[in-house]
Ligand binder design. Structure first.
Ligand SMILES: *Cc1c(COP(=O)(O)O)cnc(C)c1O
Length: 367
């Protein structure tokens, strides 16, 4: 341990993120073929065919640096969202926007408030700057507890994150509760609204987060091309905020943080509304199917506004390993304190059926 004494203690204290296992690795380890991955909330339909075609056309250009300002993507997206181009900050995934916020606003002694269980990157980016994570338990129904979040804010609070819909529960908060919360916040706290699953939301009273960017300086809406747009592998996400805030994040970022292929793919994906609609439809049908089947098996799920379901399999210990042995990769929730629970990404109909069949087999196997 040669560098133990000089590494920053708050970096040494971090636990490296454990992503869902790649399909190839699971197949190799278990000696099986045709595993399915329903663990990382990726789009089971894949990327838009328009994005794929655009990528193929762009490949020969990768000897050049990308456009550091993401001009084409910025113009297109600003128009679509009806915001000014300088209100957008792009990153290598919306993870990078979280990092930029941390880099710009956090140091030792600063606090960041967010619900828990929620997105695993919040504590990582906060602790990575030596600041203090302040996780606030969800309600009994596993919904963000906005009153408790408000109560946890102190003069040391720099950022508060609301993940809506929340990963890993799928639950969301409605406009009334959210608007009351946003109104109650002190001026000098950055409000980060993580809408990674925005395009999947069905509830009609979902908060209008972009409106809050207009109403409240210091509000950031985080979105991504990794989920419904099916571009997780090229890494591109963005934040929408007031131009002052965007200016600070622009100072903090690397000049070529969004690669050339990511920019090309995102531009093309924005033009394929049909792919987004198909993805949303297949997801809604998958949610309905899985919710019904799981209820029939007596397993509890929570209402989801996203492309995944939290499932309490309490009575089935070791269920994730047993699913893995049957070639179905899901995300165990033990690390979040949900013992015996799992998070499953909504797949194609045949993938959802395979999950249910495997789960039935496991339930019938004597222990
Ligand atoms: C997936 C996800 C993100 C970020 O994904 P990127 O691939 O980095 O864009 C952010 N927040 C939540 C809640 C997510 O689930």
């Amino acid at each position: 341990m040669a560098f133990e004494k000089i590494v920053k203690p708050f970096i040494a204290a971090l636990t490296p993120y454990k992503p869902g296992k790649p399909i190839e690795e699971v197949e190799r380890e278990l000696g099986i073929a045709q595993a399915i991955k329903l663990a990382s909330n990726e789009n089971p339909l894949g990327p838009s065919p328009k994005a794929l075609a655009a990528l193929q056309g762009a490949l020969a250009g990768i000897a050049r640096y990308p456009d550091g300002g993401c001009f084409r993507l910025r113009t297109k997206l600003a128009e679509k969202l009806a915001v000014a181009p300088e209100q957008l900050v792009f990153g290598a995934g919306c993870d990078e926007i979280l990092e930029l916020l941390a880099k710009a606003f956090l140091g030792p002694g600063d606090e960041v408030v967010y619900g828990w269980p929620s997105f695993a990157m919040y504590p990582v980016v906060v602790q990575g700057m030596g600041a203090t994570p302040v996780p606030v338990p969800l309600t009994q129904d596993l919904v963000y507890d906005l009153d408790a979040l408000r109560a946890a804010i102190t003069p040391r609070t720099r950022i508060v994150f609301v993940c809506n819909p929340n990963n890993p529960t799928g639950t969301s908060v409605g406009a009334e509760a959210f608007d009351r919360f946003a109104k109650s916040l002190p001026e000098k706290v950055v409000l980060g609204i993580d809408e990674a699953y925005f395009e999947y939301v069905q509830r009609s009273d979902f908060p209008n987060a972009l409106d809050w960017v207009k109403r409240r300086p210091g509000t950031v809406v985080l979105r991504t091309f990794s989920k419904i747009y099916g571009l997780a592998g090229v890494r591109v996400g963005y934040g929408v905020m007031d131009a002052e805030l965007a200016g600070y994040l622009e100072r903090a970022r690397h000049p070529f943080n969004v690669n050339l292929l990511a920019q090309v793919a995102a531009c093309a994906a924005l033009e394929d509304d049909e792919h987004v609609t198909r993805s949303r439809d297949i997801n809604a049908r998958g949610v309905a199917y899985l919710t019904r089947e799981l209820a029939q098996m007596g397993l509890r799920t929570w209402p989801t506004d996203a492309n995944f379901l939290l499932v309490d399999t309490g009575a089935l210990p070791g269920v994730c390993d047993a699913l893995l042995a049957r070639g179905v990769i899901v995300r165990p929730m033990d690390a979040f304190g949900f013992r015996g629970a799992l998070r499953i990404t909504i797949g194609l109909p045949e993938e959802n059926e395979r999950f249910i069949k495997a789960l039935r087999e496991i339930g019938e196997t004597p222990k």
